[in-house]
Design a protein around this ligand. Sequence first.
Ligand code: 6MZ
Length: 328
Amino acid sequence: MPKVELHAHINGSISEATMKKLLKKKNREGDKLSFQKDQTATLEDCFHMFKLIHQVSDNTEAAYTITYDVIHEFAAENVKYLELRSTPREVKATGMTKKGYVEAVIKAIQDCNDIDIIVKFILAVDRRNGVDIAKETVELAAKYKTLSNGIVIGVDLSGDPTVGDARDYIPVFEQAKQAGLKLALHLAEVPNIEETLAMLKLPPNRIGHGTCLLPEVGGSEELTDYVYTHKIPLELCLTSNVIGQTVPNFDNHHFLNWYQRNHPCVICTDDKGVFNTTLSEEYQIAAKTFDLSVDNIWKLSFESIEYIFAAEDIKEKLRQKFLQFRQL
Ligand code: 6MZ
């Protein structure tokens, strides 16, 4: 089935094959930098894993290879439109600058224009890094939005949700909006009613996870009503949430509540490398867990096109492509 993927962190999406190549270059062939499918961890473990991954993806050559490979892997499972996100990083020891990092990712995206997938890039603001760095990231995103001819399309807020206060970043995201960038914000990944409510007022164009919006899981009626009435799409990552234990198991995933309200829900992978999954598997898990029919799954995938950040002409092309497949 053709699909769109809207929530994929580049360094969390590294496949085993690519990781092998990177580890070989670092003479660390024995290392394992992903979780098993049936493993559970804590969010802290997940963020520790990203730290280890960043040690092997510490140069622009690696950034290029990872991005190029990740795009080919998504294309191979029939993803037709992909929004990748990543935190611009500088590493003095290897000479990688944030600008160099962003350019390596853009170059890899451009070099994939011979395969059947449209790729956009969202620059990530890591909430652990403070407002000055966030401002720098938004300025980079605004600059490269023009320079990349529209490949850079938005900014995200991510990073360990237990660190810092997202409200500090509101002026920076206002600035991003004024620059014509879309906002995809990780919100309520852990319970935090006040912070989430303030961020919702921006408002974000999409919400990452939204795990703790509902009153029964640490959110509130007000948060739920706001998201529901403003129809803010949710990017939902089943395996990631269960391995990271922000959701106890698939049966209790918040997907069902939002899906039953007919709210915009987009199935995503989050970190297909770290959590050892694929977008196809995520759809299968949703189908099996929530007893969804082939038609239900098709509709979920087709309607996700509405929530992409690219313009209407791209949406229309995708709709035509998806419908052609449906008629086969
Ligand atoms: C919040 C996450 C995340 O940016 O180096 N990231 N942030 N919640 C999550 N749920 C599990 N998964 C990944 O990719 C790795 C970075 O993405 C963010 C974290 O900031 C992590 O360091 P990039 O490509």
